[in-house]
Design a protein around this ligand. Structure first.
Ligand code: S3P
Length: 432
């Protein structure tokens, strides 16, 4: 895939697909509720389809009617033993959340994934689950995971790693476990699981402090079926937001974007950089905040972000780094260790690919320093993505500004945003 310079800016109407995190949960939670749920605007990307197939393989009736997904849930402990291993492709969210859920079902199951997922750490979820009595055999802490489902013990668990996937896996295990479980996260992470479970009538309470939170769950309470309208994904919007900011003559409005404050660090960061972004028409949709976002071309300044900010925008550093590389002054992003174990080593790939494009960046102790005042113009650069969707889209955005980037293995974009290329080109990008 090549992208070439665009001078006309990023404009027109863009339809951002459903939020990936909420889409996964919109399959998992209805599948264990007690009745029929209709899901609108679900993201149909590779990752989410993996979760959907997993539940079909466990006997859940899931069908599509008039663009909606209809899920017929039969209760907390109703899943059936799958006939074969459950293959989860590239999807870390499916892997961590299903590990928790399946630990407390009454059958054995095996989770597998592609090369990238099979190299990602799973001890972070299997270790805390073992405190509840879960029996899971991993391969050196990685997939495949053999899960011997059983009755678990309620728990009081501290999570040190900032990860919504770990927290959500534990919550799903606790839902099907007698008694009260306490899950304490040292760092606040995205809370879509807690919000959705509340709307499904789960006995769940969240106590938030400044940086940490405690989730209290009384297990074995039936979930009441609810219809869900999945809001649009801020993480997918981010590529269009930054493309509009860094290209002259741009003006776009994105609608119904989820701006949950546990996820919206990017908007704060860009505001600090002087971005011309207007957020309006805010609404509360089943506990999630959605809004429209208008973005116009802007002269950006660099900014410094601390470790706390990293937790509120962990998926957005590839695209924020592109914005920083086109600013007027240096940026410094701290505490990016978790980026090393995403779909790729994102910290390494951001740095390496910026350097390949003649842009100045360096890594020091998992902090990233970007100095656009030292940029040199290099054209015909090949971008190494290691099959990571967010790296591919981020550098496609850089290509819309500096021209002629070859984005390798760009099919990975289907992981989260299948219509990206078509919409990006229609808006004024130029990806071939
Ligand atoms: C996700 C949580 C985050 C994020 C991922 C989606 C989720 O992962 O990076 O894209 O849906 O819970 P971690 O929990 O590993 O931070």
């Amino acid at each position: 895939m090549f992208s070439e310079q665009t001078k006309i800016g990023i404009n027109g109407s863009i339809e951002i697909p459903g939020d990936k995190s909420i889409s996964h949960r919109s399959i998992i939670i209805p599948s264990i509720s007690s009745g029929i749920c209709e899901i609108s605007n679900i993201l149909k990307s590779d990752d989410v389809l993996r979760t959907m197939n997993a539940f079909k393989e466990m006997g859940v009736e899931i069908k599509e009617e008039n663009k909606k997904i209809i899920i017929n849930g039969k209760g907390l402990g109703s899943l059936k033993k799958p006939n074969k291993e459950i293959y989860l492709g590239n999807s870390g969210t499916s892997a961590r959340l299903l590990t928790g859920l399946l630990s407390s079902q009454n059958f054995e199951s095996v989770l597998t994934g592609d090369k990238s997922l099979s190299s990602r750490p799973m001890k972070r979820i299997t270790n805390p689950l073992s405190e509840m009595g879960a029996e899971i055999v991993a391969q050196n802490g990685k997939l495949p995971l053999h899960i011997k489902g059983k009755v678990l013990n309620n728990c009081k668990i501290e999570i040190d790693i900032p990860s919504a996937q770990i927290k959500s896996g534990l919550i799903l295990a606790a839902l099907n476990t007698e008694g009260t479980s306490y899950i304490n996260e040292k760092h606040i992470t995205r809370d879509h699981t807690e919000i959705m479970l509340e709307t499904f009538g789960a006995d769940i309470e969240t106590k938030k402090n400044v940086d940490s939170s405690q989730i209290i769950i009384n297990g074995k309470k039936n979930l009441t079926p609810k219809n869900i309208d999945v809001p649009a994904d801020l993480s997918s919007s981010a590529f269009f937001i930054v493309a509009a900011l860094i290209n002259k003559n741009s003006n776009i409005t994105l609608e119904n974007i989820n701006i949950n404050p546990t996820r919206s660090g990017l908007l704060i960061a860009l505001e600090r950089m002087g971005a011309n972004i207007n957020i309006f028409n805010q609404k509360n949709r089943a506990g999630e905040i959605v809004a429209n976002i208008n973005v116009k071309s802007s002269e950006l300044n660099g900014c410094e972000l601390d470790e706390q900010m990293a937790k509120l925008m962990i998926d957005e550093f590839p695209i924020l780094s592109i914005a920083a590389s086109q600013a007027n002054s240096p940026s410094y992003f701290k505490g990016l260790d978790e980026l090393r174990i995403k779909e790729s080593d994102r910290l390494e790939l951001i740095n390496d690919n910026l350097n390949r494009c003649g842009h100045y960046s360096k890594i020091k102790n998992n902090d990233l320093f970007i100095d656009p005042t030292k940029n040199k113009q290099i054209i015909n650069s090949a971008i190494r993505t290691d099959f990571d969707h967010r790296i591919a889209m981020s550098f496609a955005v850089l290509g819309s500004k500096i021209g002629k980037l070859q984005i390798n293995e760009s099919d990975s974009i289907n992981t989260s945003f299948p219509s990206f290329k078509e919409q990006f080109n229609r808006a004024g990008g130029n990806l071939i």
